[in-house]
Design a protein around this ligand. Structure first.
Ligand code: URA
Length: 240
């Protein structure tokens, strides 16, 4: 925060207009770092604690919530030691630092949420919240009923059984099939490992929804802001 006059700070906190904030200061209701302050024009800067009627007041920072359609070939990290492209390269026009919410593999595409709000990230990614994530999976192999049933009931990956999944066959050819798989766990390379465990080779993997939010027709490599309703919706899903 740049150094600024106390009345401007109070106005930016949403306490009152600058003029009304001056009145409030003169009434002796404001303290800075625990000391009552009635001097108009007092400067405050980063680290100063400003209170009104004994309650700390802070400037509400604008928070960003976006959805990216991640292409294959991008790391879901802020930077990469090996110099590979990262999802940050696709986010232009936002000056504030935002971070991925969860992860998609280098070779996975689709819906990736990103935000500047750490609390949102915590709520969405915490395993106890069990948010549904749906993937479109192109597999080679014979999509027989038995394999699909096994995926639905749970398979052992890394020595631990997966929770029940929802699996639908969207389309199938002679030696390949397009499946949708919905899981609520977020284990490392989970969908690929689940498919491998029943003999399917994954040819393409794309996340199409998360916590009720859908990728829709967002073009590959593009991002958009979530609406307020979407942010509320996914947070509600996380609370269920
Ligand atoms: N499952 C995977 O195997 N990879 C992803 O990126 C996401 C889910």
């Amino acid at each position: 925060m740049e150094e600024m006059r106390l009345q401007k700070y109070l106005a930016l906190c949403g306490v009152a207009s600058r003029r009304a904030a001056e009145e409030i200061i003169l009434q002796g209701r404001v303290s800075v770092n625990g000391e009552k302050c009635t001097l108009l024009g007092t400067k405050v800067a980063d680290g100063d604690v400003v209170s009104l009627d004994g309650e700390e007041v802070k400037i509400e920072e604008k928070k960003y919530y976006i959805m990216l359609n991640k292409p294959v070939g991008y790391m879901t990290t802020v930077s990469d030691d090996e110099g590979r492209p990262t999802v940050m390269d696709l986010i232009t026009d936002i000056s504030k630092r935002i971070y991925p919410v969860g992860r998609l593999d280098f070779n996975t595409e689709g819906l990736l949420l990103m935000t500047s709000d750490g609390d949102f990230t915590y709520k969405i990614t915490h395993p106890k919240h069990k948010l549904d994530k749906t993937y479109e999976v192109l597999v080679s192999g014979n999509a027989e009923k038995n394999a699909i049933r096994k995926l639905e009931q749970g398979v052992f990956i890394d020595g631990r059984k997966t929770a029940p999944a929802k699996v639908d066959i969207e389309n199938f050819g002679k030696n390949s099939a397009l499946l949708t798989i919905t899981i609520h766990e977020g284990r490392n390379r989970q969908v690929r490992k689940m498919c491998a465990s029943v003999g399917f080779k994954v040819m393409g993997l794309k996340r199409i929804s998360e916590g009720g939010l859908k990728l829709g027709n967002l073009p590959l490599g593009k991002w958009r802001h979530l609406t307020e309703a979407e942010v509320k919706r996914i947070l509600m899903e996380a609370q269920k």
